[in-house]
Design a binder for this molecule. Structure first.
Ligand code: NDP
Ligand code: OXD
Length: 308
């Protein structure tokens, strides 16, 4: 039995090291150097080249290196009986909550404005908003959305959350799918933490973002295709939205000619809101290798019919 490590745009070495330290006897093959494809039963994967998994006839499980699984599920060539798992990790969750808080504070403390003023050597005082008078809405109230809500609530923000199912959590007011307009119409800041699915792709489009009050800000920490690029640029230029923080993009690395790089109201970060630390997640993936061998249930298995 061999493990396949498939990493695109991520360094495979720390992953290899973490698993070898956990069990030196594991046979780990690093794609594309695979000795015997028939031996591969378990893959640890990040943005694999589409279609490769059909070359491993005994593959049983694909473990996403991240919380998101769209990069796996979008590959229609993966047989239906291959199980898929994702990462749920307290360090990943804490880092995401910190990043969301950082950017929310960045917005209410007018950091974009002060950075621009410094470039002009201009000493200009601007009134700032208090957290208690700021409504932050989160699209997607799963593991990460709820952790972000709790952190913002602890820091005195008013928090609203939108998800498929109703949630009971004192940190935020819960809205479901048919309450979208009511949710959007009251926000000062919108944070996106939805999984990418057919239903959520393009959710940050002109019509939906126009439902936000004038001057609202958005923070996309989920996936690039949630945003319709031209619509967002138009709403920033029309001054309906006052700024955007974008951590994720349709194409990563963000191409040189993207309008986001130089837009004065956009802050670009290179998909660093929260990064999986192989040392932190090696146990949950290793346990699943053992669970697979012993025919037991897998941790953090994705419901393939739900698509997230
Ligand atoms: P979860 O699966 O735990 O949560 C997803 C949430 O979205 C759930 O609340 C779900 O509702 C809701 N949802 C899904 N589809 C819809 C829909 N059509 N309408 C309304 N709500 C919907 O995911 P995580 O919180 O773990 O992760 C979220 C995403 O964050 C990942 O998929 C990934 O893309 C992104 N991410 C980004 C990182 C970065 O560094 N930028 C790092 C890690 C993750 P319900 O609860 O009712 O099922
Ligand atoms: C993830 C990510 O899904 O890094 O974990 O985006």
């Amino acid at each position: 039995m061999s493990i396949l490590l498939v990493c695109q745009h991520r360094d495979s070495k720390p992953w290899f090291k973490a698993f070898k330290e956990k069990n030196p006897d594991l046979d780990i093959q690093v794609y594309p150097e695979v000795e015997n494809p028939n031996d591969i039963e378990f893959a640890i994967s990040w943005r694999h080249p589409e279609g490769i998994y059909k070359n491993y006839p005994n593959l049983k499980v694909i473990a996403s290196m991240g919380a998101g699984v769209h990069h796996v599920l979008k590959d229609q060539t993966i047989p239906d009986d291959v199980k898929i798992t994702r990462i749920v990790d307290e360090n990943l969750t804490r880092d995401m909550a910190d990043f969301a808080l950082l950017n929310t504070l960045f917005h209410i403390r007018n950091y974009n404005f002060h950075i621009a003023q410094q470039q002009e050597r201009n000493w200009q005082i601007k009134a700032y908003r208090q957290p208690q008078e700021t409504k932050v809405g989160i699209l997607g109230m799963g593991v990460l959305g709820q952790a972000v809500a709790e952190k913002l609530y602890q820091n005195d923000f008013q928090v609203l959350g939108w998800s498929k199912s109703k949630k009971e959590n004192k940190a935020f007011r819960s809205f479901t799918e048919n309450e979208f307009d009511e949710f959007m119409s009251q926000l000062d800041i919108l944070i996106c933490l939805l999984p990418l699915t057919e239903e959520t792709e393009g959710v940050l489009n002109y019509v939906n973002l126009k439902k936000l009050p004038q001057g609202a800000k958005i923070i996309n920490l989920a996936r690039g295709p949630h945003v319709v690029v031209d619509d967002l640029i138009q709403l920033l230029n029309e001054e309906h939205l006052s700024s955007a923080v974008l951590d994720v993009f349709d194409e990563e690395p963000l191409p040189n000619n993207s309008p986001f790089w130089s837009h004065p109201k956009v802050l670009v970060t290179p998909h660093v809101a929260s990064m999986t630390d192989p040392q932190s997640v090696v146990n949950q993936i290793y346990d699943n290798i053992e669970n697979m061998k012993n025919g037991k249930d897998l941790k953090n298995q994705v419901d393939r019919s739900k698509k997230y």
